[in-house]
Write a new protein. Structure first.
Length: 508
């Protein structure tokens, strides 16, 4: 499916969310298969710590570079130099990724001690081995990220979403076929194969818009310095987020065996909502903000930012309410089979509760951050994110001792909330027109009512849990529709218009 550049931002976002939901099903199946074969053990903890470190390290560098690449790529399009720019950036990134690969391989024994100081010598050795093996993927992750940034700049969003599906499909096959002969190392094989195929896939997808020529490799010092100046503070800011996750996993290893795995299993549900809703909206929103900023349309930036926040929360909060109160039912439905026992269920369910209630705040943080980037301001997000790391570290130790694994995830949620509120509050420095919609505040009453109903149903243990879950979901949906009908009928009319064009004609 191709998402057209000529369509409105909201149509593109809607299609992207639909595509993400359709594709993420295979991601669920992937973790279900892993949970079935391996459960939550110290061995799966070691794999998730190692793969999480590689993902996090790559994300710190590449996610920030992608933001800068999109911004500069769009500007280079007007000069007809986008292909040359992409070739040079690709060459530069691969040099950096190769150096990073060598560095991680050599320092793997020391990295394992830093990442999981609570493991014994035997398991530290295994963690070091896994880190060494997985470093092979770093150059492929680099190439895939650079090309996916160019695809976003070209308004080709569907291939970017398909990347995760490829990884999940490869993982399912690898685990199912190789788990008996290789054990947990089958996970390493799937990780490497998935990232290699991702890089190949995005190169195929961009072949119509980009022609790689070796003769075009002439590293332009000024452009690279410009890109680094734009993205270096961004890297530090994103490092803060990844450090939070690494600290969570590190502290989880001190709680009980399988705690780090529980964090990874619950993150599939959490990331499903984040990737399908938040990332889809942000992916489409950011290039539009860059273009509006280039044309000095501050009111359009304010309008699209406000709508992005409103519609994201409109979709997210009902899902968050139901997931929080019925996390045990949802986790059981997904994972409780094979080696995933009652202890695994309890760990994963409590971890999910702490993470999921912070998702609306993550949405506000990510949208606000993209507004800063559109104004070429990376300093304010950097400072706020560094402060959030300090908040997270303090709360991890404080809440982790009292609430266990839920305390660790709750600490991350609170630190994300600090970032979201502070970043949104300071947006007036760039755009005074950005305001919180009054309807958004009124809608909170609907969610408070819905939360009370879910709480009462969740505490009624005499009723079957699946029946309670279904009743809660229906109640939340009905209450939200009622409040929309009373205070924001335009949203209902617009939604009906996308489903049936005759509704739009009647409204006119």
């Amino acid at each position: 499916m191709h998402i057209k550049a000529g369509q409105s931002m909201y149509k593109n976002t809607a299609w992207l969310i639909i595509l993400s939901v359709a594709l993420k099903g295979i991601g669920f199946i992937n973790r279900i298969v892993i949970a079935y074969f391996f459960g939550t053990t110290i061995k799966t903890d070691i794999y998730y710590i190692a793969s999480g470190f590689i993902d996090g390290l790559s994300s710190i560098i590449l996610a920030s570079l992608s933001v800068g690449i999109i911004s500069i790529y769009i500007k280079e399009q007007t000069n007809g130099n986008s292909s040359k720019f992409l070739t040079n950036i690709l060459a530069f990134v691969e040099l950096v990724m190769f150096a990073l690969t060598v560095g991680c391989y050599v320092t793997a024994p020391w990295l394992s001690i830093v990442l999981a100081p609570n493991l014994d010598s035997l398991n530290l050795s295994k963690l070091s081995e896994y880190i060494s093996i997985l470093t092979i993927t770093i150059p492929f992750i680099g190439a895939g990220s650079v090309i996916s940034a160019a695809l976003q700049a070209e308004n080709h969003f569907a291939p970017v979403k398909l990347m995760g599906t490829i990884t999940s499909a490869v993982s399912i096959l690898s685990v199912a076929i190789l788990s008996r002969s290789l054990g947990e190392k089958a996970l390493c094989v799937s990780y490497i194969a998935g990232n290699v195929l991702n890089a190949v896939f995005v190169f195929i997808c961009i072949r119509k818009d980009y022609l790689f020529k070796i003769k075009d490799i002439k590293l332009n010092k000024n452009k690279i310095i410009n890109l680094l100046n734009l993205t270096f503070p961004l890297m530090i800011g994103l490092a803060a987020h990844e450090i939070n996750l690494m600290i969570d996993k590190s502290l989880a290893t001190s709680l009980t065996a399988g705690a780090a795995s529980a964090l990874s299993y619950c993150s599939v549900l959490y990331l499903f909502l984040e990737n399908t809703i938040i990332n889809s909206i942000v992916t489409v929103l950011y290039p539009n903000l860059v273009k509006h900023r280039a044309e000095n349309h501050n009111k359009l930036i304010a309008k699209e930012t406000g709508k992005a926040v409103y519609y994201t929360e409109l979709i997210l909060i009902p899902l968050v309410i139901v997931t929080f109160f019925f996390s045990d039912t949802i986790v059981s439905l997904m994972y409780q089979r094979g080696k995933f026992d009652a202890a695994s269920l309890s760990l994963t369910s409590f971890a999910l509760k702490g993470y999921i209630i912070g998702l609306p705040l993550v949405a506000i943080r990510d949208i606000a951050t993209r507004v800063y980037y559109a104004y070429d301001d990376t300093k304010i997000p950097l400072r706020i994110n560094l402060m959030s790391v300090c908040v997270n570290i303090f709360l991890d130790f404080a809440l982790g001792r009292v609430l266990g694994i839920m305390g660790i995830t709750l600490a991350t949620t609170i630190s994300n909330g600090f970032s979201a509120v502070t970043l949104f509050k300071l947006l007036h420095k760039h755009n005074n027109s950005i305001r919180v919609n009054l309807i958004s505040l009124i809608l909170l009453l609907a969610y408070i009512s819905a939360g009370c109903i879910c709480c009462m149903l969740a505490l009624n243990y005499e009723t079957h849990r699946m029946a309670q879950l279904s009743a809660s979901a229906a109640a939340v949906f009905i209450i939200e529709l009622l409040f929309l009908y009373l205070f924001d009928r335009k949203t209902i009319t617009a939604a009906c218009g996308y489903i049936n064009p005759k509704c739009r004609e009647k409204d006119k």
